[in-house]
Ligand binder design. Structure first.
Ligand code: RBV
Length: 429
C-alpha cells in the first residue's frame, strides 16, 4: 500500500486514547441498533469476501458509518477513509477507526478546503480497488487527477442523490470509466433514509441548535423530492404550517394534493419563519429573497452541497455578522432585520455542532445496501461495464428480509396459483 504524507487522525489529536475510547463507546451504541450490518458482518467474517482488496471511502465519518467501515475491514479489506463534508466528521470516531489494524482514517472535523482535498488524495494514495462515496468526490478526483489508477479499480458505490446525479451526468458524457452502483436509488435506501432520515434528523438538528419550537411556525421546504417530502411531512407532524416550493409541475401538484401550500420562493420568502432547502441545485434562496424576509428567520440546507442558500450574496447585504449561538450565524441587514444561518448552510442534519446525522436504524439499511454492493461488484465484476448501475433488486430484497426478521415482522408469500396468475396475460373477466 502506498503511504501518503498527509497524517492520519491519530497523529493530529492531543489525547488520542480518550478520543478512541469515546468513539468506541458511540460505535457500540450504534451497533446495538444495526441488526442488518451485524448479520452482514457475520457473513463477511466467515467468507472474507474482501481479502486482498483495498477500499477507499469518502463519507460522513460518525458512528454508523464507522460500523460499515469496520464491517468491510472485518471482511478482509484494507480500508482508507476520509470525510465527505468538512463539518460532519466526529474526531473521536475517526480516531477509533484509525486504531484498527486494517483501517486508516484521515477524516478530521473543521478542515479547510485545501486539507479536505489533501485527505481525499491521501485515500487515493492507497490505490483503492473499490470506492465508496457520498457525493462522488472520490470518483471525481480519481478521474480528474489519477486516471492511471482506473484500470486497478473494480467498481464503486454511491450513497446520495447528488452523487448519483453527478455520476449519471458523467456517464452521459461517456466520462465514467468504471462501474458504480447507485445505492441511493434503491427502495431500501431512498424510501427510508431520504424521507424519514432527512426529515427527522434535519428537524431535530434545527430544533436542538436553536432551542426553538416548530408549532405554529411557517416552514418553507424548497424541493419536493424524497428528502423534501420527508422534511415537509415531519414538519407538518410537529404542527408547523408547511409551504413547498418546486420547479417540477407534477411534484408541485403532488405537494398541493398533500395539502401543503405551494408557491414561488419569492412569495414564500415573505411569510416563512424557517427555510429548509432540499433541492440538490444551487441558488435556491438568493438576494431577492433575503430582501423580502422577515426579521429573525432561520435559514438551513439539507441538500448535499452548501450552494443552495447564496451566502455570498447574504454576506454582501449584511452590515454586521456574528455568532448568535453555537451553529447559528446572524446576518444583520441595514434595516435592522437579522437572518440566521444554521451550520454555515451545510447539510444541517450533519454539520451543526450537535448534529448526529440520520437515525441509526435508517443508516443500518443504507449501509447494509452499501456492504452487499461492495460484495457484489467484487464477486461479479464481469457483469458490470463502466457506468452507473442500478443495484440488483435481489440485493435490496435481501436487506429488507434481514431487517424484517430482526424486527420480528412476518409477511405473506404468493401461492403457486397467485404467482401463475401474476405471470399470465390470458385471464380476463
Ligand atoms: N447520511 N449519513 C448519515 N452517517 O449519520 N446521515 C445521513 C450518517 C447520508 C445519507 O445517506 C445521505 O444520502 C447523505 O448523507 C448526504 O450526504
Amino acid at each position: 500500500m502506498t503511504e501518503s504524507a498527509y497524517p492520519s487522525i491519530s497523529s493530529q489529536l492531543d489525547d488520542v486514547e480518550s478520543a478512541r475510547e469515546e468513539g468506541r463507546r458511540k460505535m457500540d451504541w450504534a451497533t446495538q441498533h444495526m441488526p442488518i450490518l451485524e448479520a452482514v458482518r457475520e457473513e463477511f467474517i466467515a467468507d472474507q469476501p474482501f481479502a486482498g482488496e483495498r477500499i477507499g471511502m469518502a463519507m460522513h465519518v460518525e458512528a454508523k458509518t464507522a460500523v460499515l467501515v469496520e464491517t468491510l475491514a472485518e471482511g478482509g479489506a484494507d480500508v482508507a477513509l476520509t470525510g465527505c463534508n468538512p463539518l460532519s466528521t466526529h474526531d473521536d470516531i475517526s480516531a477509533a477507526l484509525d486504531a484498527h489494524e486494517s483501517i486508516t482514517s484521515y477524516a478530521k472535523r473543521g478542515v479547510d478546503d485545501e486539507e479536505y482535498y489533501e485527505a481525499i488524495e491521501a485515500v487515493i494514495a492507497h490505490e483503492p480497488t473499490v470506492t465508496v462515496d457520498d457525493g462522488m468526490d472520490l470518483v471525481a478526483a480519481i478521474h480528474e487527477d489519477y486516471p492511471e489508477l482506473i484500470d486497478g479499480i473494480v467498481g464503486g458505490a454511491e450513497e446520495t442523490t447528488t452523487g448519483v446525479h453527478r455520476l449519471r451526468a458523467m456517464d452521459a458524457d461517456d466520462a465514467l470509466e468504471y462501474p458504480v452502483f447507485a445505492v441511493n436509488d434503491t427502495p431500501m435506501k431512498r424510501l427510508f433514509d431520504n424521507i424519514h432520515g432527512t426529515g427527522e434528523s434535519s428537524l431535530a438538528s434545527i430544533a436542538m441548535t436553536t432551542n426553538l419550537s416548530w408549532a405554529g411556525k411557517t416552514v418553507v421546504v424548497a424541493g419536493y423530492g424524497y428528502c423534501g417530502k420527508g422534511v415537509a411531512k415531519k414538519a407538518a407532524g410537529q404542527n408547523a404550517n408547511v409551504i413547498v416550493t418546486e420547479v417540477e409541475p407534477r411534484r408541485a401538484l403532488e405537494a398541493h394534493m398533500e395539502g401543503y401550500d405551494v408557491m414561488p420562493m419569492a412569495e414564500a420568502a415573505e411569510v416563512g419563519d424557517v427555510f429548509i432547502t432540499t433541492t440538490g441545485n444551487r441558488d435556491v434562496i438568493v438576494e431577492d429573497h433575503f430582501e423580502r424576509m422577515q426579521d429573525g428567520v432561520l435559514l438551513s440546507n439539507a441538500g448535499h452541497f452548501d450552494i443552495e442558500v447564496d451566502l455570498e450574496a447574504l454576506d454582501d447585504l449584511a452590515v454586521d455578522r456574528y455568532e448568535a449561538r453555537d451553529g447559528v450565524e446572524a446576518y444583520e441587514m441595514d434595516d435592522g432585520r437579522k437572518l440566521n444561518v444554521i451550520a454555515e448552510g451545510r447539510l444541517v442534519n450533519l454539520a451543526a455542532p450537535i448534529s448526529l446525522g440520520h437515525p441509526v436504524e435508517v443508516m443500518d439499511q443504507s449501509f447494509g445496501i452499501q456492504a452487499v454492493c461492495v460484495r457484489e461488484i467484487l464477486a461479479n465484476s464481469d457483469a458490470y461495464d463502466a457506468g452507473v448501475h442500478d443495484v440488483p433488486d435481489e440485493l435490496d430484497q435481501e436487506i429488507a428480509e434481514i431487517k424484517l426478521e430482526a424486527e420480528g415482522v412476518e409477511y405473506d408469500s404468493l401461492s403457486d396459483t397467485q404467482r401463475e396468475y401474476m405471470d399470465s396475460w390470458d385471464h380476463g373477466t
